[in-house]
Ligand binder design. Structure first.
Ligand SMILES: Cc1cc2nc3c(=O)[nH]c(=O)nc-3n(C[C@H](O)[C@H](O)[C@H](O)COP(=O)(O)OP(=O)(O)OC[C@H]3O[C@@H](n4cnc5c(N)ncnc54)[C@H](O)[C@@H]3O)c2cc1C
Length: 819
């Protein structure tokens, strides 16, 4: 066994072996994998082998697409068959909302180049003659389906062996019966892994340990939010009807998914495999996998299976005539949002996670591909935020993860509405004024563990969302909040913002090297700044305010706390000249905005708020009501006259009550996140994570005014120079979408030119309640970015005309902001 390697992968399931394979593809040959028992001994050996291309996430969709393409070419490359049955995949719909979901997905599929067909019942029957089209109360009529002709199922163990062969023939080593038992950091910063066969030192470590993710994480002091849930499928005996159909020349039936009954069904040796996602499936191994489990399975739980078996038998009566051969019930790794953890481990250099895979057979290829790119080149090739382990924070304690994973499992097949908010493990993190907002009718959502008021139900209106892909019950109330903000004064509680304090003699120069904008050098100045990837893509957005000498207050998105914090910590200079403190939970934030905001705030503070004393884009430390040491920032994400008040958290109640008392005469009211979405869309404000991602540079995002190419070195600058020399390929645009009556764009819709060629994608969309326009923002090829350019956009299967607008349809000259 080698004693030193460049990368050591821990875990010999399909995901670990794929990572090893892809590292060799990147030219890193000094790599090895250790497996505690035998390859595939974890969840891989008993997986059903389905490879669904369907995924609502733009990132995960790309990973799955890569996998399916790779698995088709692997046999030729490695000489090892993988039993890939390209049977196709049919997802049935029995209600209009389900068809909306498929149509929404089709937008994403278009933008990433996944082939699909939306079909009607007649074609369903042609493709799947053994299905009942239904039409009764217990077997509703199939109204349509989504068909992927290119996916199917594979033999997971064969796939792993093909990847193993590819990796080994390129020089990688694999050691079975070699468990990682302890891990420590060497003085030189490498990682020493103790195994029963001796120590291995590695520059980089990859954890790909499936159900063992939590205990492997513990070896490094990491809390990995991956806990498995029981998942079972039934293996049926031979089916006479299926046999007759196949012997009569019928082609292999597509994998069938009846989403509305939460099960999948596929052929298996003239019989079937039926896999439901049941209610009540328990999380397992929250404290680690016990030694006795090994390659075992859990006993089958028929009670949980029965409702799905009955529904499937009504839909496919052939199931009635075959006996059950086996029930496979195994642990399937889950995370709170159901997407895997692929990327850097927080807080530790050169430790990488490829954990938490619930569709690991499908995702193995893509996750190995991107992780290998990340390790060898310092960044992934596509935007990986949706799967980045740092999208979770410290709030993912054991009980939170257990509850969320069980909830996510039982909701695999429920309709994924864009405005869906799940109920379990809530409320977890709340702002101090949570109860006050509830009393004002808040309808709550959750992000990064925080409760956030989505909208406020007026008296007499039910505090409940009717989730939809279209305008819904809250539409008029959100409109009222938008108008309140534009015409009077509104408050948004943005306490969840990520807040860092950066101090020390080296602070300014250090920050300046991290971001593309000039870091403010005068006290009271602020700058919207973007940290870029080495390829020039946007990785983070920071509002940097200089609050005192050698003292910066840095604010970023609430959901970016660990993502940004980890980046900043790892980038700190070693000489101690800069101190970084995460102060997220020590300060609250209220946005006070609208034309009356000055009048309201003036009653709370002695600090003059007129334009001369407190101009737009400046900051001061003020007293407001009884609150002291309040950072007042004359900036906001809604585009009206206003201030963000960042106050010591203990003053939240006092400040809140004082604002409402002072604002009563001006009609002050609360404004929620949905109204903020409408307000920011009217101002073309880009949102980190959806409109600003590593896929686009700040020039493509038309954020040129926040890039100072002449200021000196910063990360990503060379890439920007190259892009400027070659020409900026895409540009950010704001679009008015015409003829929308109930389905506004929401992001991930494809954009087309007059000839029907796809030339871009929307990254967000919403109804602009003040400008009274349905709006989309996103990226198009640069030649289509001129205001007035006619385009079209596909929304829920309907092609709509759209026109490129001048940026910021509401108050384009920022007159209100400067008022
Ligand atoms: C019943 C069932 C059906 C499924 N069907 C499908 C499907 O149809 N399609 C699909 O895409 N996915 C499916 N899955 C999910 C799929 O099985 C997993 O996502 C996938 O196998 C995960 O692979 P992995 O490599 O991450 O983990 P694993 O296969 O569990 O591999 C992890 C490996 O790490 C090893 N290990 C752990 N700790 C250590 C250590 N300290 N040192 C060394 N080695 C260690 C383990 O022994 C294990 O071999 C199914 C799962 C179940 C339970």
């Amino acid at each position: 066994m080698k004693t030193h390697v460049r990368v050591l992968v821990i875990g010999g399931g399909v995901v670990g072996v794929s990572t090893l394979y892809h590292l060799t593809k990147k030219g890193w040959k000094d790599v090895a994998l250790i497996e505690r028992t035998e390859l595939t001994a974890g969840s891989t050996w008993h997986a059903a082998g389905l490879l669904p291309l369907f995924n609502m996430s733009y990132t995960v969709g790309q990973l799955h697409k890569y996998s399916v393409d790779l698995y088709k070419r692997l046999p030729e490359e490695t000489g090892q068959d993988v039993s890939f049955h390209v049977s196709g995949n049919l997802r049935l719909a029995t209600c209009k909302e389900r068809m909306d979901e498929y149509q929404k997905y089709c937008g994403t599929a278009n933008t990433i180049g996944v082939p699909f067909e939306v079909i009607g019942p007649k074609r369903v029957k042609e493709l799947w003659p053994l299905v009942e089209l239904g039409g009764s109360a217990d077997t509703p009529a199939i109204i349509g389906a989504l068909y992927h002709p290119d996916d199917g199922h594979i033999a997971p163990a064969d796939l792993t062996m093909a990847l193993r062969k590819g990796a080994r023939s390129a020089g990688a080593e694999i050691y079975e019966h070699t468990e990682a038992q302890a891990i420590e950091r060497t003085p030189s910063g490498e990682w020493k892994v103790r195994t029963p066969k001796g120590d291995i030192v590695a520059e980089h470590l990859v954890l790909a340990t499936g159900n063992y993710a939590r205990q492997t994480g513990r070896l490094l002091g990491l809390n990995v939010p991956a806990i498995p849930v029981e998942h079972q499928y039934i293996v049926y005996d031979e089916s006479p009807e299926l046999k007759a159909y196949r012997q009569g020349g019928g082609r292999e039936l597509a994998v069938l998914r009846e989403s509305d009954q939460s099960y999948y069904l596929r052929e298996e040796r003239m019989g079937w495999i039926l896999g439901p996602y049941e209610k009540g499936a328990p999380a397992r191994f929250a404290d680690g996998v016990p030694d006795w489990f090994g390659r075992s399975l859990f006993p089958g739980d028929l009670d949980r299976l029965v409702p799905h078996v009955e529904a499937a038998t009504r839909r496919v009566p052939a199931l009635e005539n075959c006996g059950i051969k086996d029930i496979v019930n195994g642990p399937i790794s889950y995370t709170p949002d159901g997407s895997p953890l692929i990327g850097p481990a927080f807080g530790l250099r050169n430790v990488w996670l490829n954990e938490g895979h619930s569709f690991g057979i499908t995702a193995a290829g893509g996750s190995g591909w991107q992780l290998a790119e990340w390790i060898t080149q310092g960044e992934p090739g596509i935007d990986m935020l949706a799967v980045d382990p740092r999208r979770y924070g410290a709030y993912t304690g054991k009980r939170y993860v257990v509850q969320k994973n069980e909830e996510t499992y039982r909701n695999v097949f429920t309709i994924h509405f864009p405005d869906e908010e799940r109920a379990d493990a809530r409320p977890a993190k709340t702002s101090p004024v949570y109860d006050k907002l509830s009393a004002r009718g808040a309808v709550w959502g959750q992000r990064y563990g925080w409760e956030r008021a989505l909208w406020f139900a007026p008296p007499g209106v039910e505090r409940k969302d009717a989730w939809s892909f279209r305008r819904s019950n809250y539409f008029p109330h959100v409109g009222n909040e938008v108008r309140l903000m534009r015409e009077q004064v509104g408050i948004i509680d943005l306490t969840p913002f990520t807040k860092h304090e950066i101090t020390g003699p080296g602070a300014e120069a250090w920050l300046d090297g991290l971001v593309a904008n000039k870091v403010p050098s005068k006290i009271g100045r602020m700058a919207l700044s973007h940290a870029l990837t080495p390829r020039g893509g946007i990785r983070s957005e920071f509002t940097i305010t200089k609050v005192a000498d050698q003292h910066f207050y840095v604010v970023s998105a609430g959901a970016a706390e660990r993502f940004d914090g980890d980046y900043l910590v790892k980038a700190l200079p070693a000489d101690g000249s800069v101190q970084l403190r995460n102060i997220t939970n020590t300060r609250g934030c209220f946005v006070v905005a609208g034309p009356k905001s000055r009048a309201v705030l003036t009653k709370l503070t002695d600090t003059p708020l007129d334009n001369d004393a407190f101009p737009w884009l400046t900051a001061q430390t003020i007293e407001a009501a009884l609150a002291v040491d309040v950072y007042a920032l004359r900036v906001n994400f809604v585009g009206s006259l206003g201030w963000e008040l960042h106050f010591p958290i203990e003053y939240a109640h006092n400040l809140f009550d004082a604002l409402f008392e002072a604002g009563a005469a001006h009609g002050i009211g609360m404004v929620g996140m949905r109204a903020m979405e409408s307000l920011r869309m009217e101002k073309s404000y880009r949102m980190w994570g959806s409109d600003m991602t590593p896929d686009y540079t700040p020039f493509e995002a038309s954020l040129d005014r926040f890039v100072r190419m002449k200021k000196g070195a910063f990360i990503g600058r060379e890439a920007l120079e190259r892009q400027l020399a070659a020409g900026v390929p895409n540009r950010f645009v704001t679009l008015e979408v015409h003829g929308v009556t109930d389905a506004d764009p929401l992001g991930n819709e494809p954009l087309f030119d007059k000839s029907g060629r796809m030339i871009g994608r929307a990254t967000s969309g919403y109804y602009g309640h003040c400008v009274k326009k349905s709006l989309a923002i996103g990226y198009v090829k640069a030649e289509f970015a001129e205001p007035g350019t006619p385009l079209s956009i596909l929304i829920l299967g309907e092609m709509k005309q759209a026109t490129v607008l001048r940026e910021s349809p509401y108050d384009p000259d920022n007159i209100e902001l400067r008022a």
